[in-house]
Design a protein around this ligand. Structure first.
Ligand SMILES: Cc1cc2nc3c(=O)[nH]c(=O)nc-3n(C[C@H](O)[C@H](O)[C@H](O)COP(=O)(O)OP(=O)(O)OC[C@H]3O[C@@H](n4cnc5c(N)ncnc54)[C@H](O)[C@@H]3O)c2cc1C
Ligand code: SF4
Ligand code: SF4
Length: 412
């Protein structure tokens, strides 16, 4: 079963579900939505499939990444990847700000890149119309195409599945994805087709089981035809809410706060790969965007603000042009703001050293990551958290039998 490197990456919990392998070799590798294990690639069981998987493994950031390629100049960059400048702000377009997950900065920047000619298309994910529990990777060239993608989808999504379409595009494309999606796209050797890359901060992607649990909490009947499912947006952070077809037409479900939906329902179903992830903020992107949690929202549906990080000269240029054009309204901040805004991400980064140590003790493979020093962050953790990263991991490995190969079942 593990005769090719992509199937092996899935089997060993190294796959992030980015979709790059399937996007690059769509005839031989397909992404499948497995309710428990996530959206993962399945390789054709023949010689062509094996050859495609061997070629695809070179662009897989789930298996390996090289942090030495990043220009890091100080302790801030060593932890978070290059941080040239930071802002806190929002889209000046009220609809974009409202629909956005935080302040709509990602959608505003993407729309500005399209309208100013910086990009000929935007590769992003959005919910599938036939069943909004699932997500699809698309390339949008208009505002109408982009807007349905606004708002984070706390579910499995394979943004890098657009790699083939990006490579075939006549004009450079702006890519939006989670840090693991961006890292694979960066390895794909399609730099001349990438106008800009935007990484959204990410604490981990829950599975379909979690989505179904959320729908049940929202009161959506099990067999009802779902027409919409929102995890964030329509205010900051926004309510989790669904729409479905009931006996008398479309029904809007109860809306529950983000804190309840994420804290009590979704986060426990993040995949193991997310718990050993070392890049939650998009170190390989030109621009990263997250929540400025250190200046929290006023209630569940604040007008919205995004934390915006320029990581490269390309990213800086786009942000400064969007500010000058009035598309973004933002205030420049401190370079060390990520640590203030995301103490949870700093702690999970620290715990990864301990988790991987225990994985090695169980002879489980870990991602190959060159140029990243995790030990200093682990040493900074309080004693109880250090112990938890070791004992908790051992317990989880035994309870979930994580050494057993992951086998994917589900549908495309
Ligand atoms: C699974 C997950 C975990 C997250 N964890 C954190 C966190 O710990 N801390 C934090 O600050 N922020 C986190 N975020 C990001 C945050 O919710 C916002 O997306 C981010 O702040 C950008 O907001 P915005 O309003 O500027 O973007 P918007 O204008 O709303 O645009 C969001 C963009 O993200 C894309 N997108 C949405 N969902 C996905 C997905 N699942 N995979 C790939 N692309 C997607 C959309 O296509 C859209 O282009 C997470 C997001 C996701 C999806
Ligand atoms: S390229 Fe992405 S989807 Fe394919 S195996 Fe690697 S991490 Fe998984
Ligand atoms: S936590 Fe890391 S591996 Fe998991 S989805 Fe987010 S960026 Fe990808």
């Amino acid at each position: 079963m593990n005769s090719n490197p992509i199937t092996k990456a899935v089997a060993c919990n190294l796959c992030t579900g980015c979709g790059a392998c399937a996007g690059a070799f769509p005839d031989f590798i397909k992404m499948v939505d497995d309710p428990v294990n996530g959206r993962r690639p399945v390789v054709a069981a023949n010689t062509d499939g094996r050859k495609a998987a061997e070629a695809a493994a070179t662009l897989c950031a789930g298996i390996a990444v090289d942090y030495t390629t990043l220009p890091r100049k100080d302790a801030i960059d060593a932890i978070w990847g290059p941080v040239l400048a930071t802002w806190e702000g929002y889209a000046s377009d009220d609809e974009v700000r409202h629909r956005g997950s935080s302040g709509g900065a990602v959608t505003a920047l993407a729309l500005f890149a399209l309208q100013s000619g910086v990009a000929g298309g935007v590769a992003h994910v959005r919910s599938r119309q036939d069943d909004p529990r699932f997500n699809e990777a698309v390339i949008s060239r208009t505002r109408e195409g982009l807007m349905p993608g606004a708002g984070a989808r706390y579910a499995q999504a394979s943004a890098a599945e657009a790699i083939g379409a990006i490579a075939a595009s006549d004009h450079p494309v702006l890519f939006v994805g989670k840090p693991c999606d961006v890292a694979s796209v960066r390895k794909a050797g399609i730099g001349d087709k990438l106008a800009v890359t935007i990484g959204i901060f990410c604490a981990g992607a829950p599975n379909l089981v979690a989505t179904d649990r959320l729908l049940s909490r929202l009161g959506v009947p099990a067999k009802a035809k779902l027409t919409d499912l929102r995890y964030r947006g329509a205010g900051w952070p926004g309510l989790m809410q669904a729409k479905y077809i009931g006996d008398a037409g479309e029904v809007t479900s109860e809306g529950i706060p983000y804190a309840e939906g994420w804290g009590r329902i979704l986060q426990s179903e993040r995949r193991w790969r997310c718990r050993i992830c070392t890049d939650h903020t998009g170190a390989f992107a030109d621009i990263s965007v997250g929540d400025p949690w250190h200046n929290p929202p006023a209630g569940n549906v604040d007008a919205g603000r995004s934390l915006i990080i320029a990581r490269t000269a390309t990213g800086l240029r786009l942000i400064e042009a969007a500010l000058a054009a009035g598309v973004l309204v933002a205030v420049r901040g401190d370079r060390n703001v990520i640590a203030k805004a995301q103490p949870n991400l700093l702690a999970s980064q620290g715990a990864v050293f301990g988790r991987r140590l225990v994985m090695r003790a169980f002879a489980m493979p870990v991602p190959q990551e060159k140029g990243l020093s995790l030990l200093p962050l682990w040493l900074r953790l309080p004693g109880r958290e250090k112990l938890q990263s070791l004992a908790g991991t051992a317990k989880r490995i035994i309870r979930a039998k994580l050494w057993r190969p992951v086998v994917i079942t589900g549908h495309t």
